[in-house]
Ligand binder design. Structure first.
Ligand code: ADP
Length: 371
C-alpha cells in the first residue's frame, strides 16, 4: 500500500524542493521497466507509462480519463472475461490492500497477453485516493510452463506402458508360470516387483498432476457419508500402521456426516494426508483423525506425533515436487506431488487445507469443505 500523509508532505517541503521531488517521482514512474497505470479513486486512468502503452498497444490519449476496467479487457486463464467488480483494480478499493494476480489482457489489436500484476491502493490520510497497477508480460513464462507440463504428461504416458509390462512379467514369474523358482530367486523377484510398484506410483502421481494442471479435472460430486469414507481409508492403510507400530484413533460424531463431494478424489486426498501423517511419524507413536460437522462446512483433522514442519516451510510443502528435508524423508521416500495435488482438489471443492505444526512434536492438517 502506498501511504501519503499531509504531515509527511510538509516535512518533505522543509528539506526538498517539491517541484524537484515531483519531477523525480514522474521520471521514476515513466522509466519503470514494467507497465504502470495510475487511476483515481473512481478507477479512471490518470497516468500511464510508456511500457504499459507498448504492452497494451494503446496510445495515452485512448486510455487517460477512461474507466480502466472498461478500457482494457481482462480475462482469466480459460479466456472468460473477468467481471469489472472482480478486477484487481476494483477489489483493491474494497479490500484496501495490495493484490497480486495473474491476469490475461486483451491488447488493442485483440491479441492476448499473460501478465503478472500488483495493484496497490494509494492512501492519503487513511482514505484511498487512487490505485497504482504495475504489470509485466509473462507470456513466455506461461508458454514454458505449458511446454514443461506437456512434457511431463507425455513422458509419464510413455513410461506407464513398459512399467506395467514389467509388473505383469515379474508377477507371472512369481506365480510360477515359467517353472519353479528358488527362494533366493523369489526374493529377488519380490524386490523387483516392489521397485516396479514404486515406479508406477511415481508415474501415476505425475499423470494426476499433469491432468489437473491441464485444467482437465471436472469434479463428479455425490452425497456420501464421511464417517464411512474415512473409516475405509483408515482400514485400507491398516498394514502401513501395523508396520510402523502406530495406532490410529478416529473421533467422529455418532450420526452420519454427509457432504457432496467427488468421492474418489477426496478419498485420495484423505489417504495422502493420513499416509503422510504415518510416514513422517516415528514408529510406535500415534495418530488421531477427527471429523467435525460445522454449521457451514465439514472438517477433517489429521493429527500426528511426528517430526513436524518448520513454519517457514509450510507454504513450500504445497508446491509441486517439494520434499522437505526431515529426519524421516530419506527413509520413507516420496515424490513431493501429493500435497500439491491434494490442495488443488480441495481448491476445486472451494475448501481449504491448513496446517499447524511444531518441529519435533507433530503436525495437524485440517481440511475443510463447505457444505
Ligand atoms: P511426499 O511424496 O514427499 O510425501 P507430499 O506432497 O505428500 O510429498 O508432501 C510434501 C512434503 O511435506 C513431504 O516431503 C514432507 O517433507 C512434508 N510433510 C507432509 N506431511 C507431513 C507431516 N504430516 N509431517 C511432517 N512433514 C510432512
Amino acid at each position: 500500500m502506498i501511504r501519503l500523509t499531509e504531515s509527511s508532505a510538509t516535512a518533505n517541503q522543509a528539506t526538498v524542493n517539491p517541484e524537484h521531488s515531483l519531477a523525480a517521482a514522474e521520471a521514476l514512474f515513466l522509466s519503470l521497466g514494467d507497465g504502470a497505470i495510475v487511476t483515481d479513486e473512481a478507477g479512471r486512468v490518470s497516468r500511464i507509462n510508456k511500457v504499459a502503452l507498448l504492452l497494451l498497444g494503446y496510445s495515452a490519449k485512448e486510455l487517460v480519463g477512461r474507466w480502466y476496467p472498461d478500457a482494457v479487457v481482462a480475462e482469466n486463464e480459460d479466456g472468460n472475461r473477468i467481471p469489472n467488480w472482480e478486477r484487481p483494480i476494483t477489489q483493491v478499493f474494497l479490500e484496501g490492500k495490495s493484490i497480486s494476480a495473474r491476469v490475461y489482457y486483451r491488447r488493442k489489436d485483440g491479441s492476448r497477453m499473460a501478465t503478472f500484476l500488483t495493484v496497490s491502493p494509494v492512501m492519503l490520510d487513511s482514505k484511498p485516493i487512487g490505485a497504482i497497477e504495475v504489470f509485466r508480460d509473462i507470456t513466455n513464462e506461461v508458454e514454458l510452463e505449458k511446454t514443461k507440463d506437456e512434457f511431463i504428461s507425455l513422458a509419464s504416458h510413455q513410461l506407464r506402458t513398459p512399467a506395467t509390462g514389467v509388473k505383469q512379467y515379474v508377477g507371472m514369474l512369481l506365480e510360477g508360470y515359467a517353472g519353479t523358482i528358488t527362494s533366493q530367486q523369489r526374493q529377488l523377484l519380490k524386490n523387483a516387483y516392489e521397485s516396479n510398484e514404486r515406479q508406477l506410483t511415481i508415474v501415476s502421481d505425475l499423470l494426476r498432476v499433469a491432468h489437473i494442471d491441464a485444467g482437465k479435472v471436472r469434479l463428479v460430486r455425490q452425497r456420501v457419508d464421511l464417517v464411512q469414507l474415512i473409516q475405509d481409508v483408515i482400514d485400507g492403510l491398516n498394514n502401513v500402521f501395523k508396520r510402523r507400530y502406530q495406532e490410529v484413533n478416529f473421533v467422529h460424531p455418532k450420526t452420519t456426516v454427509t457432504a457432496e463431494i467427488d468421492v474418489d478424489r477426496i478419498r485420495m486426498v484423505i489417504e495422502n494426508i493420513v499416509d503422510n501423517a504415518s510416514k513422517y511419524t516415528p514408529e510406535g507413536k500415534n495418530l488421531e483423525v477427527t471429523l467435525r460437522q460445522r454449521p457451514s462446512c465439514v472438517e477433517i483433522e489429521v493429527k500426528d506425533e511426528g517430526v513436524g514442519i518448520p513454519r517457514r516451510d509450510i507454504n513450500k510443502m504445497f508446491q509441486k515436487f517439494s520434499r522437505l528435508n526431515n529426519p524421516l524423508s530419506q527413509l520413507v521416500g516420496g515424490t513431493g506431488l501429493g500435497l500439491y495435488w491434494a490442495k488443488r482438489i480441495i481448491d476445486l471443492h472451494e475448501g481449504e487445507i491448513t496446517v499447524s505444526s511444531k518441529v519435533g512434536k507433530g503436525s495437524v492438517f485440517t481440511i475443510s469443505i463447505p457444505v
